[in-house]
Design a protein around this ligand. Structure first.
Ligand SMILES: *Cc1c(COP(=O)(O)O)cnc(C)c1O
Length: 375
């Protein structure tokens, strides 16, 4: 860690609203398990925020994806189309269910799945599409939903990085048949660990509720027809979620201001590709502020991160693409596949400090440090 100036972490949550007060209520009332009023309140508030009828709170976003895949009954022989460039959780949920992930490369500018490639990946076995909103700029959902409708496919919309974001005016996570959120501390709303599934379909919602709770049956509790998990969120986590959700719009505004400042400070710097500020269907909310080093530079993202760390700036590498994951290639998946844009993002990209607690001077320091390490 560097000498006198403080280290700027890549993320730090803001917990200075009603978080402490609501948590204290959990302790005072004794409602610390998944029973208790905050879980219901958090589910209702999220459902309302994204315009869906049902919401099911779970232990994390990864679990939410697994429950969504299970609720759709996906399994061996079924194919699910998803981006090559995403977190492992998406493909892992498909693989764990015994289904087959089918990858789509990224759009080089939005860094989201290239929706123009979707149609070519559809086969008679395709059952679902899993679009993932990346880094605060959403996937263009309209063509995804149109294609899904035409082919009778389900859409699991991973909106973990797009809480409060919209796509053509519709709330992200509230567009697909199932929407999935994470409340990890770097997300726009955090519960420490946590996740949620939203849907308008009462049967899918009921199925997710049952899967969350070991598939206990109302009539004969300890007799099981299906295997579920214990994915229950605690009242204490939900208490944090309710308090955080009260401030979502403020958080989004902060992120957009931060993104605008980074953009102003870094625009035109040779060798850097910055995130798109907007597309025809959405304005970036800069969940994280990612940068890409030009392929002409000898400086790699890894080396840049090391040097920024020395200057007191925390960073994170971009995702590593699914077709280059040893765990998947060893299973025989994605043999010989190339997704050049996803590969470039992984090798040339990283993100700068982006937490909602950052102040302007932190952003100025981070931007200046980045410029200083470029040739
Ligand atoms: C964070 C994240 C997840 C996983 O959520 P966890 O709560 O960390 O399990 C899934 N998908 C995306 C796109 C994410 O960013």
């Amino acid at each position: 860690m560097p000498n006198s100036v403080s280290f700027i972490p890549v993320n730090e949550p803001l917990l200075d609203g009603n978080e402490q007060r609501y948590l204290a209520q959990c302790i005072e009332t004794g409602w610390i398990s998944s029973e208790g009023p905050f879980v219901d309140r958090f589910e209702k508030a999220m459902a309302e925020r994204v315009g869906r009828r049902h919401a099911v709170a779970v232990t994390n976003g990864t679990a939410a994806l697994e429950a969504a895949v299970a609720a759709l009954g996906l399994g061996p022989g079924d194919e699910v189309i998803l981006p090559a460039f995403t977190i492992i959780s998406c493909a892992a949920a498909v693989v764990r269910a015994g289904a087959t992930p089918v990858l789509v490369d990224s759009d080089p500018l939005t860094w989201n799945m290239d929706v123009t490639q979707l149609a070519s990946r559809i086969t008679p076995r395709t059952r679902a599409i899993m679009p993932v909103h990346i880094y605060g700029l959403p996937v263009d959902m309209e063509p995804v939903m149109a294609l899904a409708e035409r082919h009778g496919l389900a859409v699991i919309e991973d909106a973990a990085e797009a809480i409060g974001q919209t796509c053509t005016g519709r709330p992200c996570g509230g567009i697909g048949h199932l929407g999935v959120f994470s409340f990890y501390p770097n997300k726009h709303v955090t519960t420490g660990e946590g996740g949620m599934i939203v849907t308008d379909d009462p049967a899918l919602a009921e199925c997710c509720r049952s899967l969350r709770n070991l598939c206990f049956q109302p009539a004969r509790r300890f007799v099981h027809e299906t295997l579920g998990w214990n994915l229950r969120m605690t009242n204490m986590q939900a208490a944090l979620g309710v308090a955080q959700l009260e401030r979502l719009d403020e958080f989004l505004e902060r992120k957009r201001r931060m993104g605008a400042l980074y953009t102003r400070l870094l625009r035109g710097v040779p060798g850097l590709q910055l995130p798109l500020g907007n597309t025809a269907y959405a304005d970036n909310d800069y969940w994280v502020f990612g940068v890409l080093l030009d392929e002409g530079l000898t400086l790699t993202a890894e080396e840049a991160a090391r040097r920024l760390h020395q200057l007191g700036i925390g960073t994170r590498p971009f995702f590593w693409p699914m077709h280059e994951q040893p765990v998947f290639t060893r299973m025989g998946l994605f043999q010989g596949e190339r997704h050049p844009h996803a590969e470039r993002l992984a090798r040339r990209g990283f993100y700068l400090p982006s937490g909602v607690a950052l102040r302007e001077e932190h952003i100025e320091r981070a931007a200046k440090a980045l410029v200083s390490i470029l040739p």
